[in-house]
Design a protein around this ligand. Structure first.
Ligand code: AMP
Ligand code: MG
Length: 348
């Protein structure tokens, strides 16, 4: 299927979740469907299987709606229409406004940029891995910096002073918006609200690298989410645990990457340079936050780097588990009262 939002599909995570399903409670209704460039799994607890199935259907419809708005790689999405003419001020879809506002609220605008479509494309992740020519990257990054929001709901890219045909609409370096770093979180939030509106008592929704939960499982057991080792595919190195609503996201240099001459090129770019952010193998954020916030933060704190990420976690009381470039683990658990903890997995 299309790699719609160009996000790694951490299929292992869904598997880990299913394995942790508890034994002494009514079985949830569980469905997995392709969406958001990966496989999304929803498991819902409550009474009445038919009602749970109907709620899950509605939740997947909501995910599809967000995808139709934000998937820059689908030619029929709202954001693709915006990107087709980036130098003309236009209304942005509500979903894009929600992401841009949240980036500002979280204070991570230097590390999280929704305008990196052209720089990301230059690497050709998946299809044709390429190390971009430095000049191309410089130009694409300069054009990306031209994104403006003249009003709260409109957006436009400013033209660079020196014209270049490659920056023209449809050209290889034409600027564009890419919500791949946040769309999963937003889509899962919206799907969770749909489940809640349908009266679902408890649910877990996962798109691999982002997971959100709703309520408390019958019996009160905590949600348990495995965090993958960035260098041992499928190995769970840590487990996050909480009861009630919460969210968790992981960003990793292994999710979309290729190697040339011993150098790893991965899909999380430093907006300042357009080069893959250095210093981190993977970073997980979890807390009593929205899926959107966790998705934005895992990407942004990956770029911010180890000490900056830990400082942010302490200030904002979120939990962070990171593996730095040398493979060393550092972590911080948010305020004790938040009840969201990430601990090393027990080795078998
Ligand atoms: P995630 O897996 O959530 O960390 O998101 C990574 C995806 O977000 C990439 O595949 C790009 O599409 C996009 N992206 C890359 N770097 C950034 C960045 N610094 N800020 C926002 N989005 C980014
Ligand atoms: Mg993200």
């Amino acid at each position: 299927m299309a790699r719609a939002l160009r996000l790694g599909a951490a299929a292992w995570l869904a598997a880990a979740l299913l394995a942790t399903g508890c034994t002494h409670m009514p079985a949830p209704v569980r469905e997995s469907r392709p969406a958001l460039g990966t496989v999304v799994t929803i498991e819902a607890y409550g009474t009445g299987k038919a009602a749970l199935h109907a709620a899950i259907d509605a939740a997947f419809a909501e995910i599809a709606r967000v995808e139709r708005a934000l998937d820059a790689y689908s030619p029929t999405s709202t954001i693709a229409a915006f990107n087709a003419n980036p130098y003309v001020e236009r209304e942005l879809p509500d979903e894009a406004v929600a992401v841009l506002d949240e980036v500002e609220r979280l204070g991570v605008g230097a590390e999280f940029s929704c305008a990196l479509l052209a720089p990301v494309r230059l690497y050709g992740f998946g299809a044709t891995p390429t190390v971009p020519a430095p000049d191309d990257l410089t130009l694409a990054v300069a054009a990306a910096r031209g994104f403006r929001r003249p009003t709260l709901t409109t957006g436009v890219f400013a033209r660079l002073r020196t014209p270049d045909p490659r920056l023209e609409p449809g050209g290889p370096l034409a600027p564009g918006l890419d919500f791949g770093g946040a769309a999963k979180g937003l889509a899962l939030d919206r799907a969770r609200e749909t489940l809640r509106a349908h009266g679902v008592q408890a649910a877990l929704l996962t798109a691999g690298s982002t997971t959100v939960t709703l309520g408390t499982k019958p019996g009160g057991d905590p949600w348990r989410i495995g965090i993958e080792h960035p260098r041992k595919t499928g190995a769970v190195m840590a487990v996050a645990e909480w009861v009630g609503d919460g969210a968790l996201s992981t960003s990793g240099d292994y999710q979309q990457s290729f190697e040339v001459d011993g150098v790893r090129y991965h899909h999380i770019l430093d907006p300042a340079t357009g080069r893959p952010a250095e210093g981190m193998q993977s970073l997980t954020v979890a807390g009593r936050i929205s899926g959107l916030a966790s998705d934005i933060l895992s990407t942004a704190l990956f770029v911010r780097g180890r000490e900056g990420a830990l400082a942010y976690a302490r200030e904002r009381s979120v939990s962070v588990w990171l593996v730095d470039a040398a493979g060393a683990v550092r972590s911080h658990n948010g305020a004790a009262g938040s009840g969201v903890r990430i601990e090393a997995a027990e080795t078998p």
